[in-house]
Design a protein around this ligand. Structure first.
Ligand SMILES: C[S@@+](CC[C@H](N)C(=O)[O-])C[C@H]1O[C@@H](n2cnc3c(N)ncnc32)[C@H](O)[C@@H]1O
Length: 215
């Protein structure tokens, strides 16, 4: 494996790309599906349905023994708490995938009150066939997100923990993010010697994602 992996970023619709792409067994999806505020034309209920459907699609498009990983931060909307772990789990169940793990990443120190975004982010991993023995466990609570290249980015430390899991417990050597934003997980995967494939609707962000390097 190269010390620095290769990276390809397509500009376009990640849903259409996923539908048209059969991913080989050494590819894993690691993504953060857009929040309703990023796709306002759908309306809130439309976004909820879309979110579950896209989580299902991502779980279906990975190979049987491969994994789909979702990094999602809940939101508060109209006085309601929107649990995105529940929504991706519904999509995964519809795809016939089982949860392999569910991690929580602290966004602020435990015990703090957060008035805007919740104090933690979920990372969930699903597979149709892969199963983990108890000895293959990794930490469930991660103390920090790490560097975030922009406010909606994944945290680099959290991405690194996902890459460690992929390298140790799966055949994945290419990380696929169909909603890659600035490409945080692709840059972290490259740093770990894995290849990265991204799709991003925004032309500007797709261009930035081709170049992002994390220290
Ligand atoms: C939560 S952000 C992802 C951030 C990314 N993980 C990072 O670290 O920069 C979601 C991204 O999905 C993009 N997006 C929204 N709809 C999309 C679509 N249909 N296809 C591809 N990208 C889309 C948005 O432009 C945004 O950059």
């Amino acid at each position: 494996m190269n010390p620095t992996g290769a990276r390809v970023v397509h500009q376009g619709d990640g849903v259409a790309w996923l539908r048209d792409t059969t991913l080989p067994p050494d590819h894993a999806v690691v993504t953060s599906l857009p929040d309703h505020s990023e796709v306002p034309l759908m309306g809130f209920e439309g976004w909820r349905r879309w979110f579950v459907d896209v989580a299902e699609l991502a779980c279906r498009q990975v190979a049987d023994d491969a994994v789909a990983v979702f990094y999602q931060t809940d939101v508060k909307h109209d006085g309601r708490w929107i649990d995105k772990a529940y929504l991706v789990s519904r999509g995964a169940e519809a795809a016939g995938s089982a949860t392999l793990w569910h991690k929580v990443v602290c966004r602020v120190p435990p015990g703090s009150i957060s008035f805007g975004r919740p104090a933690y982010t979920h990372i969930l991993c699903f597979s149709r066939s892969l199963r983990l023995a108890p000895g293959q466990s990794s930490p469930d609570v991660l103390p920090r997100l790490g560097e975030m290249p922009w406010s909606r980015a994944m945290g680099a430390d959290a991405c690194d923990a996902v890459c460690s899991f992929l390298l140790a417990h799966t055949a994945c050597r290419t990380v696929v993010d169909p909603f890659c934003g600035l490409g945080t997980v692709l840059a972290v995967a490259n740093r770990r010697g894995m290849d990265g494939v991204g799709v991003e609707l925004s032309r500007r962000r797709a261009s930035q994602a081709r170049k992002l390097v994390l220290p």
